[in-house]
Design a protein around this ligand. Structure first.
Ligand SMILES: [Zn+2]
Length: 346
């Protein structure tokens, strides 16, 4: 007889139960940790929402207080849903910044001023339930893939123009990620060789020319030059006031220059999307965020046209461009669903 194989190495025992509570009355927590706001949502086993609780993040109060606040927000959501802790089967958190996805650590969240925050460990100890973290944009895209505009697609690319331009991709049911942290930084795809300096330090990133910040700056200049009378009447030249809704309103009232600024931004986004199409051939491209919500038709149409112009013939009719459907719930919903999927045996 052959000598027996050496015993398999015993799996490292986490202090927490890895197996999910199989009870049909189990619930999941989805958490959206944003720079200014946080939201905890409680979902039942079919991902129907039972409660949601929003609070200010107050990152400046420090990370210890921050973790406590996250816990309190979850407690409030559980209380509102009239759910006891023992029914919790999984917690998913969408987080900003570079992350250690496996260990569940936020390395660095500049918007919050937090460093090396072991959020997964904190939640698993507090709730005796398995927890997972995901990049916030990835969680949002996974939400759209599971329940929203990208449902059932083989490959979903999500693009979210906001203060920056976030990107994420779900490929055959899995979030595409790096070894430790997330990837799909579509905002930093170079679209202008010697373009303006981006916040990341590189030049010509699509984020530098097509984010809400870039659009608002161009719009403020147009107001200053007297080319956008409607926007001038609505908000003036104050960058902080030039929000998505004001831009949309000015276009509706006839500021064609503002419309051209948005179209230019969409052309740049289309170049970056075209690059991803050549690499991954997504069948659905989901556009989301405040700007897209304020003018979905304009964004979807222009980005689609630009992406079609920037790909080889073979790919021209292989994708659709759609607006996101889940709004503010996408990240919490996607984070919870991703945590549950990650806990299923492979
Ligand atoms: Zn950049």
């Amino acid at each position: 007889m052959n000598s027996p194989l050496p015993p398999l190495e015993a799996p490292t025992q986490s202090a927490m139960p890895e197996a999910m509570n199989p009870s049909p009355d189990r619930v999941y927590i989805g958490f959206d940790l944003g720079g200014t706001k946080m939201m905890a949502a409680v979902f039942d086993a079919e991902f129907n929402i039972l409660s949601r609780r929003r609070r200010k993040t107050r990152g400046n109060e420090g990370q210890k207080a921050g973790l406590e606040r996250i816990g309190e927000t979850i407690d409030l959501a559980l209380e509102e849903a009239k759910v006891t802790h023992d029914r919790l089967a999984a917690i998913g958190v969408g987080c900003p910044g570079p992350l250690d996805l496996d260990k569940g650590i936020i390395f660095d969240a500049p918007n919050l001023g937090w460093k090396n925050v072991a959020i997964r460990e904190f939640l698993e100890k507090r709730y005796n339930s398995p927890a997972r973290i995901a990049n916030d944009v990835d969680a949002g895209v996974y939400g759209e893939y599971s329940f929203g505009a990208g449902k059932g697609a083989r490959c979903v690319l999500g693009v979210f123009p906001g203060t920056g331009i976030g990107g994420g991709c779900v490929y055959e049911g899995k979030i595409i990620r790096g070894t430790k942290s997330s990837c799909m930084e579509i905002g930093h795809v170079q679209v202008l060789r010697d373009g303006p300096r981006c916040g990341c330090g590189l030049r010509g990133c699509v984020e530098g020319v097509a984010s809400r910040l870039a659009i608002s700056a161009a719009a403020a200049a147009a107001v200053y030059r007297g080319q956008a009378p409607k926007l001038a009447a609505l908000v003036g030249t104050d960058l902080k006031e030039i929000r998505s809704s004001a831009l949309a309103e000015a276009i509706k009232e006839g500021d064609t220059v503002i419309e051209e600024i948005i179209k230019d931004a969409c052309k740049h986004i289309g170049v970056a999307v075209g690059a991803v199409i050549h690499l991954l051939s997504p069948d659905v491209i989901v556009l989301g965020g405040g700007l897209v919500e304020a003018m979905p038709k304009l964004f979807v149409g222009e980005v689609k046209d630009a992406a079609r112009k920037n790909v080889m013939d073979t790919y021209r009719d292989t994708f659709k461009v759609v607006a996101a459907k889940l709004g503010d719930d996408a990240t919490a919903l996607g984070a919870a669903a991703w945590a549950v999927a990650s806990l299923q045996p492979a």
